[in-house]
Design a protein around this ligand. Sequence first.
Ligand SMILES: [Zn+2]
Ligand SMILES: [Zn+2]
Length: 270
Amino acid sequence: MRLTTVGTSGSFAGPDSPASCHLVQVGADVSPDGRAWNVVLDLGNGALGALQRHVDPLALDAVLLSHLHPDHFVDVCGLYVYLRYHPGAGAERGTHRAPLPVLGPDDVAARVAQAYGLGPDEDMSAQLDLRPYAGTFDVGPLRVEPVPMYHPVPAFGLRVTGPSTVRPGERATLAYTGDTDYCENVVGLARDVDLLLCEAAFHEGRDDLVEPGIHLTGRRAGRVAREAGARRLVLTHVPPWNDRAATAAEAAGEYAGPLEVATSGATYTV
Ligand SMILES: [Zn+2]
Ligand SMILES: [Zn+2]
């Protein structure tokens, strides 16, 4: 599996990165069915643009949304336009592509329609197969487990297991927290993973008075990685107003393994 951190900016797009979006790919060389698979975790504002540097949107197999805050889902609207009106492959041209699975919390279909401003006589179902999570599921060779997180709206972390690229013949696991504060579930989500992609939107001290149940700090992210036994920690969802070095230092105070703060376009193989 290869992970590309397409959008790493927290809560809104920054000068150097769109909001949350991460591409998980299984190469044809390691995929049991001999074809490549492309799955997107979140599609926040601005992310559909940068995503096109890494994959053709027509080649996506699924979009998995952690939750329905705009910085995690709103570019699904742009993806709908892409799939509907693409001059070569759009549904408006009479092509018959299978609708793209887009999974998220219970109200995902209504929220995407609302964000787009869908008219009463319009219907997205020819382009998007909008579905709520209902337990563990497979996308090709990937097994995905959505785990409820601790955030002001229904939110899921995503634990993804698939063919390892660095250990041929074996399976590897990565976990993506989406948005969450510290909780038992996020430690379970990250248990023994090869890579933990963990949000770290807050700073120790500066954000201590914010109510609990919103975001992790770098320190709390490091605690999750340590308690879970994660083999590698990549910090994301860092707003432009944060000090990235301080975020990394907070995490390093809790977690002794390899860690870094994600940048847009960085890739990791597991
Ligand atoms: Zn967010
Ligand atoms: Zn959020």
